[in-house]
Write a protein that binds this ligand. Sequence first.
Ligand SMILES: Nc1ncnc2c1ncn2[C@@H]1O[C@H](COP(=O)(O)OP(=O)(O)OP(=O)(O)O)[C@@H](O)[C@H]1O
Length: 281
Amino acid sequence: MHVTIVFYGCVYVNRVSDQQRTELTSMKVVSAAESSVMMKMNDLTSTKHAMFRVCDVTKVYDMGEVQVQALRGINLELYEHEFVVLLGASGSGKSTLLNIWGGLDVPSSGSVHYHAQELTAASDTDRTRYRRDHVGFVFQFYNLIPSLTARENVELITEIAKSPMNAMDALDMVRMKDRANHFPAQLSGGEQQRVAIARAIAKNPTVLLCDEPTGALDVQTGILVLEAISRINRELGTTTAVITHNAVISRMANRVISLSDGMIAGIENNTERIDASELRW
Ligand SMILES: Nc1ncnc2c1ncn2[C@@H]1O[C@H](COP(=O)(O)OP(=O)(O)OP(=O)(O)O)[C@@H](O)[C@H]1O
């Protein structure tokens, strides 16, 4: 069956019945937005479950006389348990998108769903709760508390989280259990970043968002950090998004999302993922 169809909005494919699914997959699409629709059609045939649905999202920073258009109509799904890398030139909108996923920021228009919850319609309190319960953040700089040991830094989170893991187990995931009683000043940059990752995962988040986690590290140390992030994705099933300027890192991802000037420039599926330990740059 061939149906001629024009899409004007976002179609949430998980909401269609099996019959509609079969019909939709046999449609012939003829619209200006053909490529983005085709992306959604491909999703119809997959068994992946979307964790995030980003629909027609824009972000404008209003700086008084100047308006900065950081995102210009993003349509994207992020699937449960996947590992994505966000690539793009400086200023292309990577951090803005990550912050919107993480509930740190809201778009100027469009919608973002986390499963059935529409983050863009949530109150500040609900967005804070969403962040606290579901999201782990890792940034370029580790922001550990200098007067607390590695273990105590992680326990800051385990003491307030709803269903945390044991702080020592979190440190073990990043191979820092042996250094649990050391203070940040007694640890290298890469070791501090691994403690920061342990702190981020200790609440058992469903999604781990990493903004340039290896940006301040040398190659060998960066690889150890990427191994830790990869292990968390593999063993805990935590959906993971990593921002980087380093295209080599994209080889360890399931999908590579490239941004350019606030738009998606391309999405690539990696048929073969490279283990973090094999990366070199
Ligand atoms: N708080 C803000 N106020 C005003 N403009 C902002 C703000 N945050 C980001 N921008 C602008 O939005 C655009 C996208 O920024 P964003 O930080 O998302 O890009 P990026 O791809 O993460 O860049 P980088 O790789 O350099 O971190 C840029 O032009 C930036 O200057």
